[in-house]
Design a protein around this ligand. Structure first.
Ligand SMILES: Nc1nc2c(c(=O)[nH]1)N[C@H]1C(S)=C(S)[C@@H](COP(=O)(O)OP(=O)(O)OC[C@H]3O[C@@H](n4cnc5c(=O)[nH]c(N)nc54)[C@H](O)[C@@H]3O)O[C@H]1N2
Ligand SMILES: Nc1nc2c(c(=O)[nH]1)N[C@H]1C(S)=C(S)[C@@H](COP(=O)(O)OP(=O)(O)OC[C@H]3O[C@@H](n4cnc5c(=O)[nH]c(N)nc54)[C@H](O)[C@@H]3O)O[C@H]1N2
Ligand code: SF4
Ligand SMILES: [Mo]
Length: 707
């Protein structure tokens, strides 16, 4: 057979790079970056080879399994679906709707079928116990967007290619390839930016991004809200603010000024670890730049003041007239516009109900993942008795995953939609393995919304699914039809009819309707004709029209944010513990918990190590390469120590997603490079009290020689 070339987007991370995949006789013989993709221009990171490796992985499952004790038995799809529908229906009829919980993991957002069809199933279940990776990730950004602009998905995206002063708090795009900032080819874009202006990184670690930057400041983990307030303080006190065009469409600027009054640099310098002069300079340089933008990601969102940080970064951009301006923090206008289409995702709501055990607030109908374990293990009405996980691994990815691991066996029933038997799915009673990326069509509904340019690309399937396989969307459509709403006959019939109709359409035709009725009136056909992808132009100013608040006004100082400043004040007044604090890190060759079964990605240098400053090690008489025990109030793990001056004194760093040495995990390569899970040490009790987001960064820990 002749070699065939297939063009598509990589779906492994947010960057959406264009790939050219060559196949011959049903095998991938070549995989490279697509130089003609107008957005990625040929860039690929090493993880892209994971597309081939996962596709060909002998551990990847293609047919359903049911578990009896510790043995898995292959069954037909019909049987697996019937068992699942029966168990979910029974649990909801006997214990109420909320007795079924659901967790959606990160890859579900990189999956067109899942985005379009999983919501159908969730609506049918109508449970208040919905969870996702959102609350171990970007929830604070969503809360800030909802409160300030009126929609949870109205994310300000740094206009990376036009800014000349990129101020980064707690993100490492040189490794992550960008988050809430889809921009394939980060090395090139950062290099071009360096040639144009400045990149300033504020991070407790001298990261790979910091190494490319013009300036780096160490900051004590968890204190960014103080640093940002100090910046705002300087901007206001020195009359440097210039909100510009949007001032007349904004409420609350005075309240922001008043809030910042209490935080002069001198007051927060010791707590943040950044000298007062340096904080002043950060503010003045920002004000002096032509096209500055402030941006923050995981390091500022997964900490105890995540929501305040996300809000304050928006405030810095807003008061300097950098919101909705070229080179500033802008908003996309994608061809499928989730913000303008309430049928797909609503604007959001916050605190309409609270979690049963701890009383943390819902956001957009989801509860924080930090409460999942306790909602399963705490007896009483409303307790979760059955769980669905889809494209996730919360045992490794949520705080105190070890407690979740202990809770899962208590469930009456668990079903997982995943093609791997991983640390979480091994607890399921039924495993429904969907197709992998290359076996399905794709369009990035989610990441086009987060991109630094307006783009659109259709990815045809490289391989047809085999008759025994099912797509995620087929699984959700079938489950919706079988489950209906077990507690209401009328609703049940409606959902069954809707699921049948949606299944008949399939994602391609649903997408086609969304594209045709969307703001750009294009179609799948038109995208197919532009096989390398369509560039729809640079981001354009769109406020106040695009604001979703009915008033069409920006709320600069939402009440919940102002209120939360009291908690920050209390933290500032409290004595600082003088021990070590823990942060995470990402690695260019791995992706959260699930790319570790690829030999070429995990081999070589040690990856799952604990970074520590040599002076901190010296004080503890610890040496490089030694096994140490890392402990917190909630747990401990043994991990290899790696000494480096690239980390701030008093801070240690460990990557997440490792810990594959558990019984029953069917990932041969990963098991041989098991590592330990940082989330056996992180603490589900430590959250951003306002949003409920996990507070991974800045956890108090101790480190001692192990054994
Ligand atoms: N301590 C600490 N913890 C963290 C983080 C951190 O920085 N520090 N980061 C957090 C972040 S940002 C995230 S996003 C989460 C990620 O955490 P999760 O979303 O819970 O887990 P992943 O590791 O992404 O696991 C994804 C699973 O989805 C499966 N999968 C892949 N593709 C598909 C598909 O197409 N369909 C289906 N059904 N399944 C598929 C894979 O086999 C794998 O088992 O981790 C979080 N946890
Ligand atoms: N190679 C690779 N790429 C990925 C992923 C992956 O696992 N591997 N995961 C993907 C996912 S799901 C996501 S969400 C994105 C995340 O994308 P990013 O947010 O860009 O990536 P992180 O490495 O989590 O960056 C967080 C940074 O915050 C710093 N930090 C920790 N605590 C603090 C603090 O208190 N204050 C400040 N200022 N900084 C702090 C850390 O040192 C780290 O450098 O990456 C995506 N891309
Ligand atoms: S940066 Fe790497 S993993 Fe992310 S989309 Fe591009 S090739 Fe794929
Ligand atoms: Mo994430």
């Amino acid at each position: 057979m002749r070699a065939m070339k297939h063009l598509r987007a990589c779906t492994l991370c947010e960057a959406t790079c264009g790939v050219v995949i060559t196949t011959e006789n049903g095998r991938i013989t070549d995989l490279r970056g697509d130089p003609d993709d107008p957005f990625s221009k040929g860039y690929l990171c090493p993880k892209a080879m994971g597309l081939k490796d996962v596709h060909e992985d002998p551990d990847r499952l293609k047919t359903p399994r049911v578990r009896e004790g510790s043995t898995w038995k292959e069954v037909s799809w019909d049987e697996a679906f019937a068992r699942t529908a029966e168990a979910l229906g029974r649990v909801q009829r006997e214990h109420g709707r909320d007795a079924v919980g659901m967790y959606l993991g990160n890859p579900s957002v990189h999956n067109l079928g899942s985005i379009l069809y999983a919501p159908l199933f969730m609506r049918a279940l109508r449970t208040k116990n919905r969870f996702s990776a959102t609350s171990v990730d970007q929830l604070p950004h969503m809360l800030a967007a909802y409160l300030m602009f009126g929609h949870q998905l109205l994310f300000p995206i740094p206009d990376l290619d036009r800014t000349d002063h990129f101020l980064i708090f707690g993100a490492n795009p040189a490794v992550s390839n960008g988050s809430l900032m889809t921009a394939p080819g980060m090395p090139r874009r950062l290099k071009e930016l360096r040639a144009r202006g400045k990149v300033i990184v504020v991070d407790p670690r001298h990261t790979e991004t910091a190494q490319l930057a013009t300036e780096h400041h160490f900051i004590r983990p968890g204190t960014d809200a103080l640093a940002l307030l100090a910046m705002l303080n300087v901007l206001f006190e020195e009359n440097l603010t210039r909100p510009g065009r949007l001032a007349q469409h904004t409420d609350g600027l005075d309240a922001v000024r008043d809030a910042a009054k209490a935080f002069p640099p001198e007051r927060v310098a010791a707590a943040t670890g950044i000298a007062a002069d340096a904080l002043r300079t950060l503010a003045r340089d920002f004000a002096a730049a032509k096209a500055p933008v402030a941006y923050g990601r995981m390091g500022i969102s997964t900490q105890e003041f995540g929501a305040l940080c996300a809000w304050l970064i928006n405030c810095v951009n807003l008061v300097m007239g950098r919101l909705d301006e070229p080179g500033g923090a802008m908003f996309t206008a994608p061809a499928v516009d989730l913000v303008a289409n309430p049928a797909l995702v609503g604007p959001g709501h916050f605190g309409r109900w609270r979690s049963r055990v701890r009383g943390l607030p819902e956001f957009g109908s989801e509860l924080p993942a930090a409460v999942l374990a306790e909602e399963i293990s705490t007896d009483g009405p409303g307790q979760i008795r059955a769980l669905i996980t889809n494209a996730g691994n919360p045992v490794l990815s949520t705080p105190n995953g070890a407690a979740l691991e202990r809770a899962l066996p208590k469930l009456d029933f668990m079903v997982s939609v995943d093609f791997y038997l991983n640390e979480t799915t091994r607890h399921a009673h039924v495993l429904l393995p969907p197709t992998f990326a290359l076996e399905r069509e794709h369009y990035d509904i989610a990441f086009n919304l987060l991109a630094v340019r307006n783009v659109a690309k259709w990815s045809p399937a490289v391989f047809e699914r085999s008759p025994e396989q099912r797509h995620d969307w087929e699984i959700f459509a079938t489950l919706t039809r079988l489950v209906g709403d077990p507690t209401s006959l009328g609703r049940s019939l409606r959902f069954k009819a809707e699921a049948t109709a949606m299944k008949a359409l399939g994602p391609r035709r649903v997408l086609d309707v969304l594209l045709r009725t969307g703001p750009r009136k294009i179609s799948v056909k038109k995208l197919e004709a532009a096989a390398h992808g369509l560039d729809l132009g640079a981001l354009e100013p769109c406020f106040p029209a695009r604001l979703v608040h009915k008033s069409k006004r920006i709320a600069a100082a939402p009440a919940p944010m102002l209120e939360d400043l009291k908690r920050l004040e209390a933290k500032l007044a409290a004595e600082r513990p003088d021990g070590l604090v823990l942060i995470g890190r990402r690695d260019l060759r791995t992706n959260n918990s699930w790319m570790h079964n690829s030999e070429r990605l995990v081999k070589g240098e040690r990856r799952c190590t604990l970074l520590m400053h040599p002076a901190d090690a010296g004080e503890r008489k610890l040496t490089d390469g030694q096994k140490v025990r890392l402990s917190s109030a909630s747990g401990s793990v043994d991990v290899e120590l790696e000494l480096t001056e690239d980390i701030m004194r008093g801070v240690v760093s460990m990557p997440h997603g490792w810990g594959h040495g558990r019984d029953g995990v069917q990932l041969k390569v990963a098991a041989a490079h098991a590592g330990a899970s940082i989330n056996d040490v992180t603490d589900a009790a430590v959250v951003d009290a306002l949003s409920g987001n996990a507070g991974f960064c800045g956890l108090s820990v101790s480190v001692a020689a192990s054994g």
